[in-house]
Design a protein around this ligand. Structure first.
Ligand code: ACO
Length: 329
């Protein structure tokens, strides 16, 4: 029997807040309609945190589920890496709050920022530490409270986003889901097409920055739309080739859930049927860093991941950043 030599996903967990924000709720807040949102995005509803709930709260629940699934205790963790664009604070890191909340006292902890591609960036970092032998057990988290940076007076952006968290444990394991390779890319020349302009060193928080609504997500929708499809399509082709595979070898693509039309156009360009893409955007909208690990967890629960399957994770987001991982399930 073939035995894994490299990092594997040994546990998966996700957590969604209970509160549902439907398209009909949004109809009451901005000039939009359920039909428009479904036709242009595929989203029917999204989850939103209650006041006072933070990204580390969602992340902690997802992490506990992933650790239970892996059969590891908090003290087993060597490292916690969290991808988020909605940290509890700019500093200290959300990973440090997670470390404290789950009691992972041995683990070092830090966040990374690669927006919607961030979970794949984070998992790739963890994979490298495992493959090098430097660490044995790493928790990788993607968690967001995007409702905190969504402008609910702007119909062009507010219909897209939701809150949630997902996590995986990675270890070297002879039989579990081996990460065959990860591929990362970035293009800073397009940084302004998807941005939250306020709150950093360029536009520190001020009365003006709040009045100008700079502390919310802004994007040039059509440009992001086209860049996402082209870059994801090329990356899937490159990743497939570099692994010595063909598109037919891929059993399931788990894409970042940004817009159903982006996923459909990508699959069409690749000549692959939609049945080979996992989609849950209708229920959760775009949860940025959280979308891929939530989707992995749901795909598994729905029986879409079978032993030996070749699974491609792929994501694209602000930065611009994009990335993919190939996993032998
Ligand atoms: N309800 C009703 N009408 C709307 C809404 C709304 N919520 N939002 C925009 N419109 C109107 C526009 O004003 C425009 O009206 P006009 O023709 O009179 O000018 C019309 O609908 C069409 O608007 P478009 O922006 O052309 O619509 P499009 O088909 O491009 O869809 C969308 C917009 C959904 C934002 C799409 O471009 C998109 O998903 N882009 C990517 C967004 C993004 O950056 N996501 C986050 C990053 S992660 C990632 O995407 C990979």
């Amino acid at each position: 029997m073939r035995q894994n030599q490299r990092a594997s996903i040994t546990g998966i967990g996700s957590y969604l807040p209970n509160k549902v924000l439907t398209n009909y709720d949004l109809e009451k807040m901005v000039d939009t309609s359920n039909d428009w949102i479904i036709q242009r995005t595929g989203i029917k509803e999204r989850r939103i945190v209650e006041n006072g709930v933070t990204t580390s709260d969602l992340a902690t629940q997802a992490s506990l589920r992933a650790m239970e699934d892996a059969g590891v205790s908090p003290k087993d963790l060597d490292m916690i890496i969290t991808s988020t664009i909605t940290p509890d604070h700019i500093f200290p890191s959300t990973s440090c709050y997670i470390q404290q909340k789950i009691g992972a006292t041995r683990a070092c902890a830090f966040d990374i920022l690669a927006a919607c591609a961030g979970f794949i960036y984070a998992m790739s970092i963890g994979q490298s530490f495992i493959n090098s032998g430097a660490m044995k057990t790493i928790l990788v988290v993607g968690a967001e409270c995007l409702s905190k940076i969504t402008d609910y007076t702007d119909r062009a952006t507010c219909v897209l986003f939701g809150d949630g968290a997902g996590a995986v444990v990675i270890q070297r394991d002879p039989i579990k889901h081996e990460i065959l390779s990860s591929h990362l890319a970035a293009d800073g020349s397009e940084a302004d097409v998807l941005i939250m302009p306020g709150g950093g060193a360029r536009n520190p928080a001020s009365l003006e920055s709040v009045q100008q609504r700079l502390h919310y997500i802004q994007f040039k929708g059509k440009e992001v739309f086209k860049l996402a499809i082209n870059n994801i399509t090329n990356l899937i082709l490159e990743t497939t080739r570099e692994n010595g595979l063909t598109l037919n070898d891929i059993d399931l693509i788990i894409p970042h859930q940004s817009n159903l039309r982006i996923i459909e156009a990508t699959m069409e360009k690749l000549g692959l049927p939609m049945e080979k893409a996992f989609v849950n955007i209708d229920k959760y909208g775009n949860t940025s860093s959280a979308s891929v690990p939530i989707a992995i967890d749901e795909a598994r629960k729905e029986g879409r991941l079978r032993k030996g399957n070749i699974v491609m994770l792929v994501a694209f987001g602000g930065g611009l950043t994009w990335g993919s991982s190939v996993i032998r399930w």
